[in-house]
Write a protein that binds this ligand. Structure first.
Ligand code: PHE
Length: 341
């Protein structure tokens, strides 16, 4: 005689302990599968005497329903527990702080350039942009330096393989471009930008550096105007306590010419490596635009005059911040650059 009561009790007992998908599957196979205990029991009902079959059949159906329902309930519970476990282990903790975006800032030389623009803007100068790749004619010849002129030795030059093409060694060729653009009007501009020199890199000079050229063309412009503009600039840039000195100098494209020094902010004038133990740091060259250069720009030197100067923002930054090595600006060392954030 089949003990269906016993089978149901045992099956439900085992079901209560099935705690994974695999265990559930095994259980289903053992009881409800094609060769499962209950299936076999149901099949064996046919062999019972006819009068016992209806009662046994009814009971077997009840047991099958109990096991099927029990299985579904248990399966739902196991699924839910598995889901909860995955949620707990794979959870995305939204409370974690996000990765901070590091904010950059403009390079210290860009800051100095902007300071320079601001000071010259007060004096009515606008910014004139010109090219970095120049030709020999504009970089040298129209500035009064024919081929083989000894003054060319002041500008060691990166030449391109195309004859006559070079990286500008100074912003002065911009003077020619500006004059030709503004002629016949009077004007004053600054011409900022990168310059290149093929020379030894030291604490004071780099292959690539910036210059800010100044150029004022008009009638009755004198060297007093040049000095006044430069003194105003230096006071705005470095404060009234810095000393300024003008030295007579020579440039082929200005006459007379001068160089302008500021007392060294590293050693306070006592002498150090940066100022070559002179106590002074040269920040610019300048002078009155040479009549030949005026003519090359289209202006009649009998009617017009002008002054020009060229300064080095890297040099100004060394002085302003007391930095002792120009190579730091372009070495891309964040420890250095971030000090100017
Ligand atoms: N171009 C000169 C230099 O690079 C500087 C300069 C500019 C001098 C304008 C006079 C006038 O040294």
């Amino acid at each position: 005689m089949l003990d269906l009561q016993e089978l149901q009790a045992r099956a439900l007992d085992e079901l209560a302990n099935a705690d994974s998908q695999e265990a559930l599957e095994q259980w289903r196979h053992a009881y409800l599968g094609r060769t499962g205990e209950l299936t076999l029991a149901l099949r064996s009902i046919g062999q019972l005497p006819a009068e016992e079959r209806p009662a046994a059949g009814q009971q077997a159906n009840q047991v099958r329903q109990a096991l099927t329902e029990g299985f579904e309930v248990r399966q739902a519970a196991v699924n839910e527990a598995a889901m909860a476990a995955t949620l707990a282990t794979d959870a995305l903790d939204v409370r974690l702080p996000g990765r901070p975006q590091t904010l950059g800032h403009v390079h210290v030389i860009t800051q100095v350039l902007r300071d320079i623009y601001g000071i010259f803007r007060q004096m009515g100068f606008s910014v004139f942009q010109t090219r970095e790749v120049e030709d020999d004619t504009t970089n040298f010849q129209l500035l009064n330096m024919p081929p083989d002129h000894p003054a060319r030795d002041m500008w060691s030059t990166f030449y391109a393989t195309t004859p006559g093409v070079l990286l500008r060694t100074h912003t002065s060729p911009g003077q020619i471009h500006a004059m030709r653009q503004f002629y016949p009007d009077p004007f004053r501009v600054i011409l900022p930008g990168k310059c290149y020199r093929y020379e030894q890199v030291t604490t004071r000079s780099e292959h690539m550096f910036h210059q800010v050229e100044g150029l004022a063309i008009g009638q009755n412009i004198t060297i007093a105007d040049l000095k006044g503009v430069l003194e105003h600039f230096a006071r705005q840039m470095f404060g009234p306590e810095r000393k300024l000195r003008f030295r007579a100098s020579y440039f082929p494209f200005t006459e007379p010419s001068a160089e302008c020094d500021v007392d060294c902010s590293i050693c306070g004038g006592a002498g150090c490596q940066l100022c070559k133990h002179s106590g002074w740091l040269e920040i610019l060259g300048g002078g009155m635009v040479h009549p030949e250069v005026l003519r090359n720009g289209g202006y009649d030197p009998d009617v017009y005059s002008g002054f020009a100067f060229g300064m080095g923002p890297e040099r100004l930054a060394l002085l302003k911040y007391g930095i002792n090595d120009i190579r730091l600006f372009y070495a891309n060392d964040l420890r250095f650059l971030q000090q100017f954030g």
